[in-house]
Design a protein around this ligand. Structure first.
Ligand code: HEM
Length: 206
């Protein structure tokens, strides 16, 4: 990587406007969804479109947050770390939107369907597991929580992000609808990230 490139990116990540810009970028999927919702551009099956859209964005943000660790180890990219928490919290935000839309608009808190989802339908069990695993991560995303848990335990807990992403990929895979290749692509991407983490841990053992 050339020195000019690393200097430029370093300056970019450390710019005082970098965080607000990343925050605004993370809001774009929500703004586009709201626009399409308000202008009736969500197609005939509005419920399915919103479920698919928010589900995909949840997984994308989750995978993006997992990319930060390998990327920040590249020369001049250490400043990327300051976006990890924000991107992870956006993954949680889109996951809540995705789940709430299903419960509130799709099934309208119908108890029978809820119980069936929780006990019989593996697709929903995997989705709920993915969301449940994100809760302790979001709850411990503050600096105070890191101090309280201690760095090592916090890091260990935050490996749950990989398990949540795995459950998200399985959830998508079990959807069993048209997009057969997309969950496979997400799964391969996640496998590459996991392989990187395993390789790094093995070669940097103390
Ligand atoms: C309580 C938790 C959850 C519920 C109830 C839920 C429910 C749903 C529903 C109803 C769909 C649409 C199925 C259809 O095509 O008709 C869906 C799709 C999807 N969900 Fe979830 N989900 C949950 C959590 C999650 C989480 C945490 C993730 C990501 C980590 C996720 C990722 C996806 C993806 C990627 C799709 C497929 C999108 C597509 O077809 O392109 N879901 N989910």
């Amino acid at each position: 990587m050339s020195q000019t490139f690393t200097q430029t990116t370093n300056r970019l990540w450390n710019h005082r406007l970098a965080k607000p810009v990343v925050f605004a970028l993370c809001l774009i999927p929500l703004v586009l969804l709201a626009y399409r919702w308000n202008t009736n551009q969500l197609g005939i099956n509005r419920i399915e479109t919103v479920a698919r859209y928010t589900g995909n964005w949840t997984l994308r943000f989750l995978l993006l947050s997992l990319c930060i660790t390998p990327l920040r180890r590249l020369p001049g990219q250490s400043g990327l770390i300051k976006f990890r928490r924000m991107i992870g919290l956006f993954a949680f935000f889109y996951a809540c939107l995705h789940a709430l839309h299903y419960y509130q608009i799709d099934i309208q808190w119908n108890k029978e369907i809820l119980i069936e989802d929780l006990t019989v339908r593996r697709f929903f069990i995997a989705g709920m597991a993915a969301l449940a695993l994100m809760i302790p991560l979001a709850a411990t995303s503050t600096a105070a929580a890191i101090r309280w848990l201690g760095g090592k335990r916090w890091q260990l807990l935050h490996r749950l992000a990989y398990v949540s992403a795995m459950a998200g990929v399985v959830h998508f895979f079990w959807q069993g609808k048209a997009a057969l290749y997309t969950p496979i692509y997400y799964g391969l991407f996640l496998a590459a990230l996991l392989l990187y983490r395993a390789g790094y841990a093995l070669t940097h053992r103390k």
